[in-house]
Design a protein. Structure first.
Length: 130
């Protein structure tokens, strides 16, 4: 018997998450670590669980995710988007609920690049008149 698996990709800033969702007992594994070990801050754990809580599927599915790049906040939000997309694949009826809570919207904000002749992307070097 083939294992039923649903997939979703999430991105945020420079983080990319590959999320695999299977019908299961509610375990969440990220980069081969339990959720509480990988995201030690409770706000990041909440980000990851939000789509599951809003659709009441927390105890019905198991999540396995791999995350690369970026910082911890971007990774948490990337996993959230990946879970939401995998849930839509798992049950298309959940799409409206996820969409109304903005879990299917990819946050397009990225870091602006540094320009030459400047200190940062927009900050200039201090100008001295004398």
């Amino acid at each position: 018997m083939a294992k039923i698996q649903y997939y979703g990709t999430g991105r945020r800033k420079t983080s990319t998450a590959r999320v695999f969702l299977t019908p299961g007992n509610g375990s969440i594994i990220i980069n081969n670590k339990p959720l509480e070990k990988y995201f030690s801050l409770s706000r990041h754990q909440t980000y990851v669980k939000q789509p599951l809580l809003s659709t009441e599927t927390l105890e019905k599915v198991s999540i396995f995710a791999t995350v690369k790049g970026g910082g911890i906040n971007g990774q948490a939000e990337a996993v959230r988007l990946g879970i939401a997309r995998a849930l839509v694949e798992f049950n298309p009826e959940l799409k409206s609920k996820l969409k109304e809570n903005n879990f299917l919207t990819r946050d397009p904000r990225e870091v602006e690049r540094k320009k030459y002749g400047q200190r940062k992307a927009r900050a200039r070097f201090q100008f001295s008149k004398r």
